[in-house]
Design a protein around this ligand. Structure first.
Ligand code: SAM
Ligand code: SF4
Length: 328
């Protein structure tokens, strides 16, 4: 379906939990209040929203969180969404810690690809960023995914004075393995406001100095607005999601479903459509208007999608929640 700026909206990110087994300094350094499970959408409710969205042309879904693999039965949900008619793709974004353990079940349930968040290959810096000494578990998850042949992307956020020099070793992963490394600019959402990020262009310049043969890679790599480059001899590519400095919004194709059941058209603004109300209120169930109510909720979320974010003028950002609550 098209939004009011003519963009095709065919992708939904679904947060299935606000919990996480890490405490990344730009996402949830202090932890957040635990939300009672009854406030979180059940898998059946999530699947119903996906079914409605698929009927409206949203055919690709990403399961995220919080950390999606800390919610029991995440693989089962992947299978439930994958079985919905017209669904083309179900992928997962994870910090990778529990990936090795869950990968077989995820793939048996039809998972199409996995994005793993990793900001450094240095054990000490990893602990500094995430609060935990878990780098080896993440690396084991990456290796297992590559071995099993599922498409893998690594998402890295660079922070000034913390891991800014890590671009080189992270990019090196794409030399050794058939995986894409994407550098995502720090967004001024939640604790991200307090961290100084590194512009994608700055990293690209360094890559060009190091690898003179680097070239723009025009092939389609996924669902997002990343711009890719390829270095001759590398097995994977290097991408940039320049959320703050790039022309990001013109290519935006997504809406989000939060764990608490709000449809969110843009990361930057608090406005959202309460789909949980439609799912849970007897009014819709008893009147037989549930399906219509769900369709209206999805259409409304697409309809109120703003033209662009305002990350460059923080005073206009109305989203006050943390990324972990929104589903990054
Ligand atoms: N826990 C999973 C993970 O880390 O991949 C999924 C949820 S996490 C919120 C999704 C992505 O959001 C991660 O790649 C993380 O680095 C990114 N993220 C969190 N806060 C951010 C911020 N302020 N700016 C840019 N990216 C952010
Ligand atoms: Fe957890 Fe992912 Fe946020 Fe890190 S970025 S705290 S792993 S939700």
């Amino acid at each position: 379906m098209k939004d009011s700026f003519g963009r095709k909206i065919d992708y939904m990110r679904i947060s299935i939990t606000e919990r996480c087994n890490l405490r990344c300094r730009y996402c949830m350094p202090e932890g957040i209040c635990l939300v009672p499970m009854e406030e979180i959408l059940t898998f059946e409710e999530i699947a119903e929203v996906c079914q409605t969205a698929a009927g409206l042309g949203i055919r690709r879904f990403k399961v995220t969180g919080g950390e999606p693999l800390v919610r029991l039965g995440c693989a089962k949900l992947v299978g439930m969404i994958k079985k919905i008619p017209d669904v083309e793709q179900v992928t997962l974004t994870t910090n990778g810690i529990l990936l090795e353990e869950h990968l077989d079940e995820l793939m048996e349930n039809g998972l199409d690809a996995v994005n793993i968040s990793l900001d450094t290959l240095d054990r000490k810096i990893y602990k500094q960023i995430t609060g935990f000494d878990k780098l080896s578990a993440v690396r084991a998850g990456i290796c297992r995914a590559v071995e099993k042949g599922i498409p893998v992307k690594i998402n890295s956020v660079l922070q000034k004075g913390i891991n800014e020099a890590e671009w080189a070793s992270l990019a090196g992963l794409a030399k050794e393995m058939p995986i894409d490394i994407r550098f995502i600019e720090m967004m001024p959402i939640g604790f991200g406001k307090k961290q100084e990020g590194i512009a994608g262009d700055e990293v690209l310049l360094k890559l060009k100095e190091k690898y003179s043969g680097i070239k723009k890679d025009m092939s389609v790599h996924g669902n997002g607005p990343a711009v890719y480059y390829h270095v001759p001899g590398f097995l994977g590519s290097i991408g940039f999601i320049s959320a703050v400095h790039g022309q990001f919004c013109r290519a935006c194709n997504r809406i989000r479903l939060t764990a608490k059941g709000e449809l969110k058209p843009c990361l930057c603004y608090e406005s959202c459509v309460d789909v949980k109300k439609v799912l849970r209120s007897p009014e819709y169930r008893e009147s037989g208007k549930r399906k219509e109510g769900l369709r209206n909720a999805v259409s409304q979320a697409v309809g109120i999608k703003p033209e662009k974010h305002c990350f460059e003028s923080e005073e206009n950002i109305t989203e006050g929640r943390q990324m972990v609550q929104i589903g990054g």
